[in-house]
Design a protein around this ligand. Structure first.
Ligand code: XMP
Length: 326
């Protein structure tokens, strides 16, 4: 049977007790595969790579080298959280690469969404490969591949994740959670002691805020996306919507409209709020957010985010809209 096929009789991991058994088995397997050699892992801070990191730290400790590439398209505070958790609390060997300037200058003037994705994907591989080459004794590449990735490997968007890495680097792959479904990965993450805000994190696309800063990215508009997203997340958390709504974020299109700020005419961007629920991301419905919350978020964004004078709420389900705007 192919190693990439989930056995028919594999029990679904629904409890922490089952997850602990899985973790112990995987620690043994990882140790058997890697021995006293070293492995490298691209740690984005997403659920999958974080769970693999936590599991492999238990298995091989400092011989796992985590590399966190900050592409400048992260949400506010995100890279800091990854560094604090893994370097600080979990004592991981972590290389933090601030590649923001590289990514943003490569993206300058590029407005086509697929072109933006291609540039980000290619640049990510270059940055990661450079880091790997600096370390001369790596034999393995650990990846947070999960079962849906294997099933949907023909998915049009799959190339945005670190798909091309193994071929480029010539390392042997280590994929300890490749037979797990997403809900199982979360239970395993809990069993490994990862915090809830990481285990139950909403999905975040590989190209990050790039696909929410519509058209050609400028640094000031990217900041407007990042700051408005931070306010939306804060207000959702305060109002008990975090963990309840599947995915929520802000989008800043490349248009300006007239408004009034501080008794003067303003000509600034709108921020679009999006909050959707779905089972599989193939279709989605919108969350019916109470008006008081929407109004409060609007007041905060227009007061606190530079360059913004309007807030809109996207009422479009998928279809006809996709979840992201690009
Ligand atoms: P759409 O916009 O296609 O999004 O309705 C469905 C889900 O996929 C996420 N998404 C991406 N994830 N790289 C990713 O890793 C991407 O390029 C990408 N584009 C969309 C999106 O956030 C949603 O959860």
């Amino acid at each position: 049977m192919s190693k990439n096929k989930r056995p028919e009789n594999m029990e679904r991991i629904t409890t922490e007790a089952l997850a602990k058994v899985f973790v112990d088995e995987q620690i043994e397997e990882v140790r058997a595969q890697i021995g006293d050699k070293k492995a490298i892992l691209a740690l984005s801070g997403g659920v999958d790579s974080s769970v693999v990191a936590a599991l492999m730290i238990k298995a091989i400790g400092k011989n796992l080298i985590c590399v966190h590439v900050n592409h400048g398209l992260m949400r506010k505070g995100e890279s800091e959280n990854v560094v604090n958790l893994f370097s600080g609390e979990l004592n991981a060997t972590l290389i933090y690469v601030d590649a923001s300037e590289r990514f943003l200058s490569k993206l300058e003037g590029v407005s086509d969404p697929e072109q933006k994705r291609k540039i980000i994907g290619a640049e990510f591989i270059s940055v990661f490969a450079e880091e790997a080459k600096k370390l001369d004794d790596i034999s393995f590449l650990a990846q947070g591949t999960i079962y849906p990735d294997i099933i949907e490997s023909a998915n049009v968007k799959s190339h945005h994740n670190v798909g091309g890495l193994p071929e480029q680097l010539g390392f042997e792959l280590v994929e300890p959670i490749k037979l797990l479904y997403k809900d199982e990965v979360r239970v395993v993450g809990k069993a490994l002691g990862l915090p809830d805000n990481m285990v139950y994190r909403q999905p975040f696309p590989g190209p990050g805020l790039a696909v929410r800063c519509i058209g050609a990215i400028t640094r000031d508009r990217l900041e407007a996306v990042r700051e408005s997203d931070a306010i939306l997340r804060e207000e959702f958390a305060k109002n008990g919507l975090e963990g309840k709504v599947w995915q929520y974020f802000t989008v800043v299109p490349d248009v300006k409209s007239t408004g009034i700020k501080n008794n003067a005419r303003s000509f600034e961007w709108p921020v679009v709020l999006r909050a959707v629920n779905t089972r599989d991301a193939l279709t989605a419905t919108i969350e019916r957010i109470p008006y008081e919350i929407l109004e409060h978020i609007t007041a905060r964004i227009t007061a606190e985010v530079k360059g913004v004078n309007r807030v809109l709420y996207d009422l479009t389900p998928k279809p006809t809209g996709t979840i992201e705007w690009e």
